[in-house]
Design a binder for this molecule. Structure first.
Ligand code: USQ
Length: 398
């Protein structure tokens, strides 16, 4: 087996993990998908809505196999356990589902999504804060040590966040900044200042990875991603049971997905505070392209490569207006409602990030057009009867 063609997806049951597993499987990679069902269990624990129920990861892998003939091997387990992480490299792995139970060998690439991804979740209370810190940092550390000990040539593709940079009053570079100080120059990680504990764990991940790269010569790509939107990906079109998990609640739903859902059920769009918060956004299909391009263009050993994974920037007000406009053309009388900002964040600020690196690798952006918004409306509308208004906004504060 060519290890370059074997990809291990950590966090494969999540919003991005499952579409990534199908994407690489469709390309002909041998895919191993791992998850502990954190996300779906947290949705149950917190009683937040999902647009539709999703089959288990094992059921999805079976449906994928029935539809395409391709195999995604599945392991259900908690990667905070270092022995589980190490089993993917030393051959002790036991697949919960696979057509062929034999060890596929050491992966050439590991895509690392196995983290608690929500800023509000990380600040619900000290227990959820501790879980976020422990889960995110231990899994990253377990991965780094497994690669250090078994195969330093394995490339890690990690998804970080644009929120690591915060909203500084200077242009945001792709990961690094050259500093001139008292007549001398050096290059450092771009200054980071997160506005949630979740985002802080991503800063700490970057520091752990930067240490591992400097010390053990690992190959790592860290992708600073903005809020993602979308449901359908090419691979999920083969069967609607393969759609990714879609949240519209205030804990796990990202803003564009939330606003579309709100528009459909006649819930005024919840613009937090003044609505001048500007972020870089990306379509879920472009996330897949970015992961793929990063995978086939690994950095050299001893290099931490950082890209800003966004395709365009909008303020919350701009998003609300766009979604209102498209909603109205589809017959929805969409209202916009400013609500007191439950978060601590700048509501009017400078924002000018660079995001050239992934375009230079050949990613072809899908932009947030009226047409793409309308097509998302059409998909969400199909599940309108499942949308629970009571979970849209409870005002969870930090
Ligand atoms: N917002 C509203 N109304 C809402 C929901 C959100 O005004 O109903 C605002 C937020 O206050 C924020 C912006 O929209 O200013 C984006 O919020 P979000 O919930 O879509 O995104 P965020 O909490 O920042 O986190 C998401 C993902 C996270 C990822 C991050 C990228 O959950 O995993 O790392 O986007 S970034 O925002 O660039 O840090």
């Amino acid at each position: 087996m060519n290890t370059e063609q074997h990809i291990l997806i950590l966090g494969a049951d999540g919003y991005l993990g499952w579409p990534t597993a199908m994407y690489f499987s469709k390309l002909g990679y041998q895919v191993t998908a791992v998850d502990n069902y954190f996300r779906r269990n947290a949705c149950t624990e917190l009683d937040v809505g999902m647009l539709y129920p999703i089959p288990t990861l094992i059921e999805r892998a079976k449906i994928w196999h029935e539809r395409t003939g391709r195999e995604i091997k599945v392991v259900i387990g908690d990667l905070q356990d270092p022995e589980l992480m190490r089993s993917f490299f030393d051959g002790r792995v036991q697949y919960q589902w696979a057509i062929d139970q034999s060890f596929t060998g050491v992966p050439g690439t590991v895509v690392h999504y196995a983290e608690q991804p929500s800023a509000p979740y990380s600040l619900l209370d000290y227990k959820h804060a501790n879980f976020t810190l422990a889960n995110n940092l231990l899994i990253t550390n377990n991965l780094l040590f497994a690669i250090r000990d078994f195969n330093r040539a394995t490339h890690i593709v990690h998804v970080g966040t644009m929120g690591e940079y915060g909203t500084p009053d200077i242009d945001i570079e792709e990961g690094w900044l050259e500093i001139e100080h008292k007549g001398r120059k050096d290059t450092f990680l771009f200054p980071r200042q997160a506005s949630s504990l979740y985002h802080t764990t991503k800063i700490m991940d970057t520091d752990l990875m930067w240490f591992a790269v400097r010390t053990w010569g690992l190959k790592i790509t860290d992708l600073m991603q903005g809020p993602v939107y979308g449901i359908k990906t090419d691979a999920s079109n083969v069967d609607e049971r393969l759609n990714t998990i879609f949240n519209y609640d205030e804990i796990f739903g990202t803003v564009i997905n939330r606003f579309i859902t709100q528009a459909i059920v006649g819930y005024p769009l919840t613009v937090y505070g003044k609505g001048g918060q500007t972020r870089g956004y990306i379509n879920i299909n472009d996330t897949l392209q970015c992961i793929h391009k990063s995978t086939i263009n690994p950095p050299s050993p001893g290099k931490l490569r950082i890209y800003n994974q966004i395709m365009e920037t909008f303020s919350v007000n701009e998003l609300a207006e766009k979604i209102q406009k498209v909603g109205k053309t589809l017959g929805y009388p969409v209202e916009i409602q400013r609500v007191d900002n439950p978060r601590k964040e700048a509501e009017e600020h400078y924002y000018n990030p660079t995001y050239q690196g992934l375009l230079e690798l050949g990613v072809e952006p899908h932009y947030l057009t009226d047409k793409s918004l309308a097509s998302m409306f059409k998909v969400v509308e199909m599940y309108k009867q499942n949308i629970r208004k009571d979970v849209i906004y409870k005002g969870m504060q930090w």
